[in-house]
Design a protein around this ligand. Sequence first.
Ligand SMILES: [Zn+2]
Length: 415
Amino acid sequence: MTLVRGTFLDTPVAGELRTLDGVLQVEDGVVVARGPAQDFPAADVDLRGGVVLPGLVDTHVHYPQVRAIGGLGMPLLDWLDRCALPEECKLAAPAYAAAVATEFVDGLVRAGTTTALVFGSHFATAVDALFTEAARVGLRVTSGLVVSDRLLPAELLTDPARALREGRELAARWHGVGRSRYAVTPRFSLSCSAELLESCAALLQELDGAVFTSHVNENLAEVAAVEQLHGGYVDSYDERALLGPRSVLAHDVHPTDGELDVLALRGTAVAHCPTSNAALGSGLFPLRRHRAAGVRVALGSDVGAGTGFSLLKEGLQAYFAQQLLGAEGLPLTPADLLHLATAAGADALGLGDQVGHLSVGMRFDAVWLRPPEGSTLDVVLRSAAGPDDALAKVFALGGPADVAGVWVDGTRIRG
Ligand SMILES: [Zn+2]
């Protein structure tokens, strides 16, 4: 049993910030009691100074693209050709993949991310390297083999039978093992034949509790190309029964109303990746339309098109995007940003009964933000008018440099 003292901020209910200046009692990785400090004996772990948030949940991030971060100045399809795909080809070499896996997992943890839905590699050996490193460090990860059979460089291509076989083998090694789960991951329907998407559907059906993830409606040129190949973008997945409550589609910057209705009907979640959308000029995310249609939305960093691993930065950029949309935007409060970065992500990944907030019965996945003394965040937090104001300052100024400790299942994995 561990007693943790601190200022805990979380959002078990969307849009409502809950604050506890007190103690969490953690047993076997689970929060078993919480309350004011006077109700408990002296704490074992003192996290006073700064704030403790639920571990951040990244619902869309590309493992092979760590070293591609910062390729600015291109729209999606040019960026893929010039930045992302050449880097992804390098993961064919196991030693290179292992090095990138180490950098990637470390980057997530340094940013305070404890749970991630990770776009894997096109190479099965590299996907093994990711799962191995995530398990070694303790990160809660859902990932899988990325598959494509058209459009991409030849070394990244597979075929339906091989995709099914390699996916089965990886899932047998990793799905439901420790904190790892498998995600069936066609890159995007533009790089997939109908037959390959059908093999993805076959694998998804075989794997109990697996996640489906891909991209959708990111960029107008991409949407038009998918339209030519498959008809509708959302339909290209839905027609193969790939969309359900365990499905997460990244971006959806340019959906039709009909597509939003399909996503809502299937219970499929959207990973909103605001720095990527801005960096690639993909567009401003129509959050209001998603909410109105009843589509679940969470945050993704989309590294390497996104500009870093911090979901605090993604939260701030999500806020900016809604401000820039004017009357079409949905003004976001600090509590909304925290919810998007934690509980909404856990919910999108089917983990909402385990992580995403710090209620009794939940796993103790947490990040302690204690800015360096004298830093601007430290200075402004000291003058915060209350918890909402403090949280706004955290999103405005916080980043990996402020992460003083990270816990998964009650075990400190950093700091
Ligand atoms: Zn992506």
